[in-house]
Design a protein around this ligand. Sequence first.
Ligand code: SF4
Ligand code: SF4
Length: 420
Amino acid sequence: MIACLSRGPKKKMCQQAVRTRLRDRGEQRWLRDRHLSGFASHGNGVFLYYHLILTDECNLCCSYCRAKSFDNSRSDEGCCGEIDDTLPVDVSYDLDTLYHFLQKDPVPTVTFYGGEPLLKADVIKRIMDNAPVQRFMIQTNGLLLDRLEPEYVNRFSTILVSVDGREALTDAHRGPGTYRKVMNNVKRVIANGFLGELIARMTVTEDTDIVEAVTHLAGNPDHSFSSIHWQLDADFSDDLSRTTFAPWVHGCYNPGIRVLVHDWVRQMCEQHTVPRWYPFLDTMGDLLNGRPSLLRCGSGHANYSIMTDGHISPCPIMIGMKKFYVGHISRTHPLDLSCVPVGGECTACPIRHFCGGRCLYTNIVHPWKGPERRVVCGTVENLHAALTGALPIVRSLIDQGAIATADFSCEKFNGCEIIP
Ligand code: SF4
Ligand code: SF4
């Protein structure tokens, strides 16, 4: 078992220990009540999220994902241990085994994930009909959202749909016609009565103007996304040939983040609203509350991933990395899932409690080495500086009643990694 970190200045108890203690005290009903009353979406709850990998198949071949998979070596050979390359493409376990596992968790949240999960719409429906789960979410490329009837779609608390910005940018990376089809499906989902949170999930590369892309999605006439998250395509695969990354970060991305933070605060001042731009929202919420953060995507402490063979990994992309598996749905109690901490240089980083470590996977695999990794950390430092710079005015807007601290509340571990 992998030891838990000491967290924060007061050496907080790890979530696994908290869960064990709660279970020993028979406080599961208390947990459920607090969760369903919405408490979990606002604080450091101990609630668990499960990414359910339904299939490895996808109906797209995006430039930053499948198209790279053949050269996506796990660079630090030996760091990952033996890789299980025999994982089935689709779910191979009995769904009753999954239900028994989930039943032992007082308040599980399940996120359908792939590949493209909607290629398995029939499995999604079976699970939503039969699993002892109140809350479901999905991460999808959006192309097949019309395959699922509104009675199912409307039960999702959150839908994360992949779109990178304008049509040309999205289609350049995801394939011609993708943007239009996704937007049509988004409009259909809204017209059919979806009332949950719909998050535009962007992948950001060197041809992204982050200001232009976020501004477009927020004001898009096809559908104006009130919730937006973005993730840098950086340090996830062995693609150090990208010599343009550092100049783009320094010349475009980092300055763009500072412009966006300024615009975000301007909207608070002028419209008394807090746009739900996740890399700002969750982090600012914690800055306002003086709350240190663990890894913000939740992997390895609140968010676990169930592989197609039923093994449980700390993160959805640590597929086959057996050394880091924390159990199997047939024999592991959810409340006994061990914590897998972020280690290495992150443990001594001055902004560790803001960043949380960015990514457990990259922290283990190190696809990028020293100088390139430093550039990525520099983007976190830039984000931290921009948000802490805005903190006084945000506080003053709260004091004036223009906005409220609650406006920064968001559901932790909903699939947004938070730190791009
Ligand atoms: S900024 Fe970099 S070193 Fe610091 S915690 Fe984040 S990922 Fe780790
Ligand atoms: S940020 Fe890293 S650890 Fe978290 S879910 Fe993504 S790949 Fe996994």
